[in-house]
Design a protein around this ligand. Structure first.
Ligand code: UDP
Ligand code: MG
Length: 315
């Protein structure tokens, strides 16, 4: 019998994690047994091509706290989290990776901060084992730039590993953003937020499902949904280049220097600036376009382990 009647939901997005998912389930189940609270594990299979969903479904036959939400195809990590959160029933919801890079032991610290009265407890990575220098460097630079250019305070070096209480989850559920940047949305919501520090572990099995292209897309979603700085930058770059060209015109009128080489250089430079600015405007336009289509954010093909079955769609 559990000492506490509190229910805590853990949401785990899964994409092609068959190699390690059984280990994750075993580790979490062992962890849960030793905790005073009750837990439910909500796995969201994000269109895996391997046996991830089957393995989770098999495990749910042994553990009635395991639930599975299956997407009809790969919709991406952030939407898998968004969907998972909508299926939770717990007073607190924890989001963590399904590869055990976020150590379950940190959950104990998160819960105690929550009991102290915090509504959000996010995990701050003090070290990242087993990740390439490229990933660490780009992540460090990106989070610092993002913090400078956004009006919301998105904490540095945090991923999606965090605890949120029901009040925060309720507010998140009202935000129906296509291409969501969940960690930014949680900061935006406000309430009392704090951090727990942890060391990010190496992946035990499988490989990262975040290739450079997905990292860039996530970074762009973070920027375009929380900052208008790049749009202002187009103005500044444009003004700077107009001032520069005026100055240059003046210098070439006053002197007799050969300007052909420089003309070619400045042509390329200006075309670059214009295309870059257009591209940024395009990225914001695309977000408007996505929102205006009003499609469901994701499509759930099947759920299992929910008793009695609880259905939520992507709207
Ligand atoms: N993931 C997902 N959909 C995707 C990519 C990743 O659900 O399109 C899951 C993945 O299975 C993992 C979590 O999101 O549980 C984080 O991904 P990953 O561990 O590959 O990222 P990294 O830790 O390398 O940044
Ligand atoms: Mg990972």
């Amino acid at each position: 019998m559990k000492e506490s009647s509190e229910l805590i939901s853990i949401v785990l997005p899964v994409f092609n994690e068959a190699e390690g998912i059984e280990n994750t389930i075993d580790t979490l189940e062992k962890f849960i047994t030793n905790q005073p609270q009750q837990f439910e594990l909500i796995f969201v299979d994000d269109g895996s091509k391997d046996k991830s969903a089957e393995l989770i479904s098999d495990a749910s036959a042994f553990h009635n706290n395991i639930k599975l939400v299956q997407f009809s195809r790969n919709f991406g990590h952030q939407l898998a989290i968004t969907a998972g959160i909508r299926y939770t029933r717990g007073e607190a919801v924890i989001v963590m990776d399904a590869d055990l890079q976020d150590p379950p032991a940190v959950i104990v610290d998160m819960i105690s901060k929550w009991h102290e009265g915090f509504n959000v407890v996010y995990g701050k990575r003090v070290s990242r084992d087993g990740e390439s220098w490229f990933k660490k460097l780009t992540a460090a630079v990106f989070y610092r730039i993002l913090q400078k250019i956004t009006s919301v305070n998105i904490p540095l070096d945090t991923g999606d590993f965090r605890l949120m209480d029901r009040q925060v989850v309720r507010e998140l559920q009202k935000m129906n953003e296509p291409d969501p940047y969940v960690r930014g949305m949680v900061s935006w919501v406000g309430f009392k937020q704090t951090k727990v520090e942890y060391e990010r572990q190496e992946r035990i099995a499988g490989y990262s499902k975040y290739p450079l292209s997905k990292m860039i897309r996530l970074a762009m979603d973070g920027v375009t949904s929380f900052s208008s700085f790049p749009l202002q930058m187009a103005n500044w770059l444009g003004s700077a280049s107009i001032i520069f060209s005026m100055g240059y015109l003046l210098v070439s009128l006053l002197t007799t220097m050969n300007t052909v080489h420089f003309a070619v250089f400045s042509l390329f430079l200006m075309v670059g600036v214009i295309l870059l600015s257009l591209g940024m405007i395009g990225a914001y336009l695309y977000r408007i376009f996505e929102a205006s289509r009003n499609r469901p954010l994701y499509i759930v093909s099947k759920t299992s382990g929910f008793h009695p079955s609880k259905k939520t769609n992507g709207q």
